[in-house]
Design a binder for this molecule. Structure first.
Ligand code: PBG
Length: 331
């Protein structure tokens, strides 16, 4: 017998054979486009911490979403930046609030042809920048916050969101939102739970983009310790019990182990969020000539899919979809 017996290189010989043997693929239909929509601006505003990304006006948002959909992206997830912030974040559940207005516009334009996801949280709306309301001592009041998340979810559902995505990491948030939606006639609105969301430095660029950095303290009392894997699986299973329709792990690259374990632990659709800091690192390295931007982005997306994510929220969603289209056209 010839040595060695196992010759995996046989299936690596040509591009066509490699395509044949590929275990996971990335398609535009796996990618979700995140968008920041800001109230009270006349022109889109570039985001200094995320080169190539911008805060959208209602008009530029519509164009970006139309582009994402025409490229075959799976969905958009909306983050709002209100003109006025207050202690409870009340613009978050205002019917005329920026995300609600954007949802109505997009729904009117695209009908059911667009999957619209609304991030459900308070940090972009509170003047203190925390994801919940504060007690007198400055700590975040879990159960008082749940009531407000319920109001936000109902306002977003009424404005046309298909999916509500609670990102605040309050205990019981999926249950509270599910109950609020059901009580208000939105039984068909789904919940995508940010199940395992780590207290990560990787959200730094986003906090500039969404103007939501905590004015004092940090998010460690509600977001997860980055050292914890078992707890992440427990968070995911709790969300399944509470009625989540889909789960998310965030960040993606620093939590690929968690993506893999949550994939094994549940059968729900699973998303991973390749966050702002991961975007910033990749593009800064590419801009510095460390590697080819396109190859790097496509490799990262493939790795996240390989870890077990069905869907990827990525600031590169549109760009990657365009590259994938070019690849198909040139094949
Ligand atoms: C909170 C929220 C954050 C992100 C998504 N939702 C910021 C935070 O938790 O501080 C970060 C996403 C990213 O970094 O791309 N509403």
């Amino acid at each position: 017998m010839a040595f060695p017996a196992d010759r995996p290189r046989r299936l690596r010989r040509t591009p066509a054979l490699r395509t044949l043997a590929r275990e996971t693929r990335v398609a535009a239909a796996d990618l979700i486009h995140p968008a920041f929509v800001r109230e009270g601006i006349d022109d889109p505003m570039p985001i200094s911490t995320m080169p190539g990304q911008q805060q959208e006006t209602l008009g530029s948002l519509s164009a970006a979403v139309a582009d994402a959909l025409s490229l075959g992206c799976a969905a958009v997830i909306l983050f709002g930046i209100p003109e006025h912030k207050d202690a409870t974040g009340s613009q978050a559940w205002n019917d005329q609030g920026i995300v609600q207005t954007a949802l109505r516009t997009l729904r009117q334009t695209h009908g059911d042809g667009a999957v619209l996801i609304a991030d459900c949280c308070l940090d972009e709306y509170t003047d203190h920048g925390h994801c919940g309301v504060l007690r007198g001592d400055g700590s975040v009041d879990n159960d008082a916050t749940l009531e407000l998340y319920g109001r936000i979810a109902v306002a977003q559902a009424a404005a046309g969101a298909d999916i509500i995505a609670p990102s605040g990491m309050m205990d019981g948030q999926v249950l509270a939102i599910r109950a609020a939606l059901d009580d208000n006639g939105f039984q068909d609105t789904a919940v995508l739970a940010y199940s395992a969301k780590f207290a990560s430095v990787m959200y730094g660029p986003f906090r500039v983009a969404a103007d939501c950095a905590p004015r004092s303290g940090d998010r460690h009392s509600y977001q997860m310790d980055v050292a914890n894997q078992r707890e992440a699986v427990r968070e995911a299973l709790t969300d399944v019990d509470e009625g989540a329709d889909m789960l998310m792990v965030k960040p993606a690259l620093t939590a690929l182990d968690v993506v893999a374990r949550v994939r094994d632990a549940t059968d729900l659709p699973l998303a991973a969020y390749c966050v702002s800091g991961e975007y910033a690192m990749l593009h800064a390295a590419a801009a510095a000539g460390a590697f080819d931007e396109r190859a790097a982005v496509l490799e990262v997306l493939a790795a996240i899919r390989r870890a077990g994510a069905d869907l990827i929220i990525s600031y590169d969603a549109r760009q990657a979809a365009r590259w994938l289209q070019e690849e198909r056209n040139s094949a």
